[in-house]
Ligand binder design. Structure first.
Ligand code: NDP
Length: 330
């Protein structure tokens, strides 16, 4: 039976064409031991890169984009998964080198799947999505480094984006005093509503700055990279911790070693794509137990598969607030 999917193909000039079409199971890759129905996917920054072709994240053609998905198993030859099981998929190269989840079906590896926490719907799982799961990995990394809620202010950059919005919600929910850095100052009420104590203009962080600056942050969750990450490090207090997961401003890192060797600042890299299974399960359990669902509802907008194509340039332009959850059945 054919099903709906976004399909990416390469034009003769090397650019990417994206269209909503019907494909069938024979077009899904052989590598995979679980066939799934995808009820919801989401639009992450990386999906924006894949759909627009703005960066070479797609490594096999044609490709179905979609780095995350949630739904139910249709058929499985993997010992841990049976028809009817509820799953979440994040990363592992899905939507990059392996056909992804912006479709009504996918064939995936059982080893990649995480059991959806009891009581969490597919829609909620994808409202959180890879961005929210990465926000939780970042927040757990701060905890693992011993950053306590009374340590001082925690800066969240790219605060109105997917990772940023959910990081603000998680950390404020855990009792941290969160300062949200954003380019969308008109979204200050939204960020205060998620739990930010203060909202600052990202322009204060995004230009080249001195290698060591006045100490302010006990910790930082950064999804922006480039000068923003460098300035955040330069303003981090003695012994503080900074997590880095993203590159919304840039992939460059024009830094000095001063914060590390003069203030003992720790920089922790966060990767969601190849994270071990146990790390994923722990993060999803904490999302299920700790994330305020009323805040998540404010963070989320729902779109259709076709609308995901149109929204791809917007997410790269930083125009999207919060998370875009994709209903794969419309
Ligand atoms: P979003 O587009 O939802 O959020 C990014 C936010 O960054 C924007 O909303 C904007 O927030 C800010 N921003 C955008 N452009 C700029 C700019 N030029 N300079 C400074 N700030 C900017 O993306 P996601 O939250 O989904 O992802 C954020 C980043 O994290 C991406 O680079 C993504 O690839 C990465 N990521 C990495 C993962 C990993 O495993 N390491 C997993 C998930 C995401 P505001 O307007 O509030 O400033």
């Amino acid at each position: 039976m054919p099903f709906a999917a976004i399909l990416l193909t390469k034009n003769d000039d090397g650019s990417t064409a994206a269209r909503l079409t019907q494909i069938d199971a024979t077009q899904l890759p052989g590598a995979g031991d679980v066939t799934v129905r995808i009820d919801y996917s989401s639009l992450n920054y990386k999906d924006g890169l894949a759909i627009t072709g703005r960066a070479p994240v797609v490594r096999n053609w044609p490709m179905v984009p979609g780095i995350d998905g949630a739904g139910e198993v249709i058929a499985s030859s993997h010992p841990d998964w049976q028809a009817g099981d509820a799953f979440i998929l994040n990363g592992w190269g899905v939507g990059e080198s392996h056909m992804g989840c912006l479709a009504q079906q996918a064939r995936l590896k059982g080893d990649w799947l995480v059991r959806r926490p009891v009581g969490m719907s597919a829609r909620t799982a994808m409202a959180i999505g890879t961005a929210g799961y990465t926000a939780m990995l970042s927040a757990l990394a701060l905890q693992a480094q011993g950053v306590a809620p009374d340590a001082g202010e925690v800066l969240v950059t790219g605060a109105s984006g997917g990772v940023g919005s959910i990081a603000v919600a998680i950390l404020s929910g855990w009792g941290y005093r969160v300062v949200a850095s954003t380019g969308k100052l008109d979204q200050a009420d939204y960020l205060h509503g998620l739990g930010a104590s203060e909202v600052i203009d990202r322009a204060a962080l995004s230009a080249p700055g001195k290698p060591i600056q006045k100490e302010r942050w006990a910790a930082v969750v950064d999804s922006v990279g480039s000068h923003t990450l460098v300035n955040a490090l330069a303003q981090t207090r003695y012994g503080g911790t900074v997590t880095a997961c993203g590159l919304a401003q840039g992939m460059d890192f024009p830094a000095s070693v001063a914060p590390f060797i003069l203030r003992g600042v720790r920089l922790i890299g966060i990767d969601s794509v190849m994270a071990p299974h146990a790390t994923r399960v722990a993060a999803w359990q904490r999302l299920a137990s700790d994330l305020d669902m009323q805040k998540l509802a404010r963070i989320t907008q729902e779109i259709s598969l076709a609308e995901a194509i149109a929204a791809a340039p917007d997410i790269l332009a930083g125009k999207v607030r919060g998370r875009l959850v994709v209903d794969c059945n419309r």
